[in-house]
Design a protein around this ligand. Sequence first.
Ligand code: NAP
Ligand code: MG
Length: 492
Amino acid sequence: MREYAHFIANHWHRPASRQTVDRSNPANDALVARYAQGGQADMDIAVAAARKAFDEGPWPRMPAQERADILYRIADLITANAERLIDIEIEEVGKARRFVKGDVGAASAFFRHAAGMAAQSHGEAYSNLPSQKTGLVLRQPVGVVGVIVPWNFPIEIFAKKVPFALASGCTVVVKPSEMTSGSALEVARLAASAGLPPGVLNIVTGRGSEAGEALTTHPGVDMISFTGSTTVGQHIIRRSADTVKRVTVELGGKSANIVCADADLDSALEGTLQAIFAFQGQCCVAGSRLLVADGIAEVFLKRLIARAEALTIGDPQLATTDLGAMISAAHTQKVLGYIERAKRDGQRLIAGGDRITPGAGLSDNFVSPTIFADIQPDHALFAEEIFGPVLSVTRFRTSEEAITLANQTQYGLANTIWTTNLATAMTASRQLKSGLVWVNTTLDGAPQLPFGGVKASGFGRELGNAGYDDFTDVKTVILSTAPYLSSFSAPT
Ligand code: NAP
Ligand code: MG
């Protein structure tokens, strides 16, 4: 079992309360980690450290290239320690090895990309103002950033935020999910050994209701960058109002995956499978609503059921496992509740729908790939974020109807369309109400491309120039060398 304290100013700090939070491996219920249970007192120390590192420096005033050099070293250390980080994520998250390898690789890539941005960042200059004045638009770091991370992509979401904040010159306090805090603490430790000055990156673990609340309301914090559920996001927006913080919120989703009759059906099939069953559907951008053209629906669903039933559910440690464990018994129960209610009210179950124990020594926190057909837009399976391997299928006649159905949700994170018709692809790209649209690919991304939602999926962006800019303030400077004339003395 791994035991951790908070990581503040490059040192381990025991929690003021002396209380801890245990984490068990959801795949086999074995105790794997014990974390410090943080509260207001711990957060005060961490925020003071981040405040000092920001206000007194050197971090925000360092030449950007020096900040970049440290971020590159952190990226290298993540790569060098990938095996350990992968093991921690598998144990705490229950996610199958084949997916976790990608998450850790992405984390290193995000640090590397942010390092490059540190040295590239620049403002604007205007020499065309009246009286030969000069206008400067400076980009400056926001200050102390509170980062709140969910459990589904712990290291990847940490790395979508932290290196970009650091690259801009901000200092950071992270509150990871109480269930999956290991990778954040390990990366912070690696960052210290890469030469990151004390106080620049601090980790306070514990529950959202205590540690998270203390971070959100702290007067020493300038910004909260949150990823998680829409309900908690709304709460954070409200709670941050008293101290007028900048807030960015990456929230829930209910993405449509549209398969047109003219699609390359082999690709659409692989994409549909990936979109909903990767990481057991515990994914904000999961393609949880399949919208399929009437003419191909029967054949497509037949093939989809066969592929879904052939997926291997089992020990997340094994390289051959497709679906690992759900995050917790409570979440498994919540997902099964949706399945049971849908069965009871007569919805057509065409695959899965079971809770299983896939092998000796494994828990029963596993759900088989589940598909319900002929779901109407007013049904919970169509409307609500289930966050499990549960696909709702709805048929459409025209691509206009498909776009209307796709937009018939409170969420607006990502949508996918499979089509070989360029006009259909372009119309969908313009009309789908989401921060991301994938055409003939899905669950796709790159460090240079912004990620984030609209509507109830939140606001603000991660990654890309937009993600970097969210951690900066724009300051306008007007420089004059001519005598100043007030409006009172100026000729009328
Ligand atoms: P969650 O319950 O909203 O929690 C997210 C984070 O907020 C956790 O670290 C949690 O801490 C913390 N938190 C809870 N209550 C808080 C409070 N009152 N004040 C401050 N922080 C608080 O979400 P989750 O269950 O971990 O993750 C699943 C959700 O995240 C889904 O809705 C999913 O769609 C969303 N998500 C969105 C994106 C995106 O980019 N749009 C990406 C991934 C996930 P504890 O866990 O310690 O309580
Ligand atoms: Mg939660």
